[in-house]
Ligand binder design. Structure first.
Ligand SMILES: Cc1cc2nc3c(=O)[nH]c(=O)nc-3n(C[C@H](O)[C@H](O)[C@H](O)COP(=O)(O)O)c2cc1C
Length: 309
């Protein structure tokens, strides 16, 4: 009896979410759970200089864009959990508030990782990691020639988030000038997302690469409002076949669709012909077919199929 009880308890636990109160975790555990959960994170490959002219180059994945006008990016060289020491990058921006943010791409990722070694302050990671320094045009730290996008930035504020190991230091930067390699531009002079193979950091030693095999488009109506999942008929909303993504796609139209009498589809005709005597089976077939169309990005056709139901 006891055995059954334990089995049932273990079975129930599979369906329960694990709850973590951050105050009960060690700094290393906090880092581990947060870095695996908040991922992937873009990588800022930061080039800085101290007042003696020593150059530093280090990667930071606590990094993102926070404002476009003014153009503000923030990255965070934190205090080491191990011994509460601070990063040279942080020390440098306090002395010379300038940084080149070189955007990391797949071709550079192993050299970037090498640049994250804790070399002494006077060691230049351009040399250690094998990158070519290229003079910046507005600020002192050099750019990484091999990087496809470089941003010359002025540090507007440095904000410490704590004094203990693991505490971040926000380096708030205004982007003054960008240099974008021709090879990642389209014919209109815009960055082609397919050409720049970003890499990003996840938890532990995991990275990911962005390329055409994993890029996809989610259309967003900018000014028109989607009807919303709550406006979908219950039979669609509660479908066992359509997924959350499918419902999001269907509800993203800005007005409820009408049956289009000119819509012709052989497979739809077959479903109607074979299943009209059995409404439950017909609904299943219609939903499966609509799902296939939605997965192919054919939202209008999927709606016509569902409207038959
Ligand atoms: C891809 C990658 C991302 C990193 N992101 C961060 C980060 O966001 N913050 C941080 O403090 N350290 C980060 N590190 C570790 C630093 O790069 C590392 O501590 C480096 O030695 C700091 O160099 P510095 O002392 O010369 O500034 C990262 C390392 C790698 C490889």
């Amino acid at each position: 009896m006891k055995g059954y009880y334990h089995l049932a308890e273990a079975f129930l636990r599979i369906f329960e979410a694990m709850t973590l109160d951050l105050k009960d975790l060690t700094p290393t555990e906090k880092q581990n759970y947060l870095q695996h959960a908040i991922a992937p994170r873009p990588i800022c490959f930061a080039s800085t200089i101290d007042r003696e002219g020593n150059i530093n180059l280090s990667p930071f994945s606590f990094f993102n864009l926070f404002s476009t006008n003014p153009p503000i990016v923030i990255f965070s060289p934190g205090r080491r959990i191990r011994n509460n020491t601070t990063k040279h990058t942080w020390q440098n921006v306090l002395e010379v508030p300038e940084v080149v943010i070189n955007i990391a791409d797949y071709n550079m990722v192993r050299q970037i990782s090498l640049a994250s070694c804790e070399y002494p302050k006077e060691v230049n990671e351009f040399l250690k990691a094998g990158f070519t320094p290229e003079p910046a045009t507005m600020i002192k730290p050099p750019m990484v020639k091999e990087s496809k996008i470089k941003m010359e930035c002025r540090v507007v504020e440095v904000k410490a988030l704590g004094n203990e190991g693991g505490a971040g230091n926000l380096v708030i930067c205004e982007v003054l000038r960008m240099h974008v390699d021709q090879s990642v531009l389209d014919e209109k002079g815009k960055i082609d997302q397919r050409k720049l193979h970003h890499v990003a950091r996840l938890g532990g030693d995991w990275y990911c690469r962005v390329d055409e095999s994993n890029l996809f488009i989610v259309e967003k109506p900018n000014t028109l409002l989607g009807i919303g999942v709550d406006s979908l008929p219950a039979s669609i909303r509660n479908s066992k076949i359509l997924t959350g993504n499918n419902l999001g796609q269907l509800a993203n139209i800005n007005e409820y669709p009408f049956v289009d009498p000119s819509f012709e589809d052989d497979h739809l005709q077959e479903i109607i012909q074979y299943y009209s005597v059995n409404p439950d089976e017909m609904e299943k077939e219609l939903h499966s077919y609509a799902k296939k169309l939605l997965d192919e990005g054919r939202t209008k056709e999927a709606w016509q199929v569902l409207l038959v139901g």
